[in-house]
Design a protein around this ligand. Structure first.
Ligand SMILES: NC(=O)c1ccc[n+]([C@@H]2O[C@H](COP(=O)([O-])OP(=O)(O)OC[C@H]3O[C@@H](n4cnc5c(N)ncnc54)[C@H](O)[C@@H]3O)[C@@H](O)[C@H]2O)c1
Length: 354
């Protein structure tokens, strides 16, 4: 087991041993209080049994709350249903909520916990690669609103993150690839040698790579918890990415968050070239590599420029009329608060949509 202990809270990474450690953690802190586990129906089916199988005394009697899988559950309506369930089940300020799932469950559960009775403890037990390396770390929680991602939320950290890679055994390949999207982002914003490391990263999920990716996210979010500066680098790929994801999901296209971020990174790299930040060769090498590994072209074909532009206007990072980007260039460096002219943004988008 790797202890990624950081200043604020416990972070453990490993195998079944992490779940045994989680049980001990809950026993030490919440033995006389209500313990709740939030799942989606897939994690109830695939992940909860792994906990049950270990017969962990402090977890086996926990009350399980379940939501449907997918972005649709990151909504204020589902949030409210969960609050009502907690009230009905007698939750109080000493209760703890364990979020057992991917980023949907940890974003939603973190928001529920951080607002219920002005905030109760929560623990993230990520079950997707994306949530292990990204969503479970850093304290951003929330739900979508008005067809736009993450419009309502809090900055609030879990009391612990317990990352057990046994959960990856049942995770579909498409979701593994989604996690690679955020891991690639972490490399490109922080490592000048990122291009030469991409192949190694993508071949198979390795515990060391998870640990390195978590370390990058932790370092940045600890430096700037509420995103007034350095943390904005983590939004690389997400300005175009969120707009593309919201648009395609609204059309019923099943795109993962990581795929949308990869699309966003390719578009933002082009923007970076247009603004003289990234070299053409760095852009081309990254693009060639991404297209060889991920099937993104069919998504690009389904985009409508005007709709994506409209959705860009809702980005939380915007100030004034201009859309704000975090742009990599050269690789390993990320500039924040870049606000290109609208015409450049539209022309880059058009290059990818045709
Ligand atoms: N808060 C943050 O800092 C942050 C960072 C990145 C992404 N996010 C958010 O995370 C969300 C995406 O998270 P995600 O990619 O984990 O998606 P997800 O939570 O939707 O999980 C993906 C799919 O895998 C299923 N699943 C989960 N674990 C499984 C397992 N072990 N075996 C089988 N199936 C399993 C889920 O039910 C779901 O169908 C987005 O809403 C995104 O905005 C948040």
């Amino acid at each position: 087991m790797i202890d990624l202990n950081n200043k604020g809270y416990t972070i453990k990474l490993g195998n079944d041993d992490v779940l045994i450690e989680l049980n001990q953690f809950v026993g030490d802190r919440y033995a006389d209080n209500n313990v709740f586990i939030l799942c989606d129906s897939n994690t109830t089916e695939h992940c909860l049994p792994k906990i049950d199988w270990l017969d962990l005394e402090h977890l086996k009697d926990a009350e399980v709350l379940e939501v449907e899988p997918g972005e649709g559950s990151k909504s204020i309506e589902i949030y409210y249903q969960l609050i009502e369930s907690l009230l009905e089940l007698g939750a109080n300020r000493k209760s703890v909520l364990i979020n057992l799932g991917g980023g949907i469950v940890s974003d939603l559960g973190g928001f529920v916990a951080s607002t219920f009775k002005r905030g109760i403890d929560f623990i993230n037990v990520p079950t997707t690669l994306l949530a292990m390396v990204d969503a479970s770390i850093g304290g951003k929680n929330g739900v979508n609103a008005g067809g736009v991602k993450n419009q309502i939320g809090t900055f609030s950290e879990p009391v612990g993150v317990f990352i057990s890679y046994v959960f990856l055994e049942t995770l579909p390949k498409k979701e593994i690839n989604s996690g690679f999207g955020e891991m690639i982002k972490h490399l490109l914003i922080s490592d000048k040698q990122a291009l030469s490391k991409l192949d190694q990263l993508h071949s198979i999920v390795k515990i060391d790579d998870i640990a390195k990716s978590v370390a990058i996210k932790l370092r940045i979010t600890q430096e700037d918890f509420t995103e007034s500066g350095a943390r904005k680098a983590l939004n690389y790929g997400h300005t175009f990415g969120h707009a593309v994801e919201s648009y395609l999901l609204s059309k019923g296209v099943s795109i993962t968050h990581g795929e949308a971020v990869l699309m966003g990174m390719l578009m933002e790299n082009q923007l970076s070239v247009e603004l003289g930040r990234m070299s053409q060769s760095e852009k081309q090498s990254t693009e060639n590599w991404v297209y060889a590994k991920f099937d993104l072209k069919s998504y690009f074909k389904q985009l409508e420029v005007a709709e994506v532009i409209r959705l860009l206007q809702f980005d939380k990072k915007n100030e004034g009329d201009l859309v704000s980007f975090s742009l990599v260039g050269p690789i390993g460096n990320c500039a924040i608060d870049v606000r290109p002219e609208k015409t450049i943004v539209e022309s880059v988008l058009s290059m990818f949509c045709n």
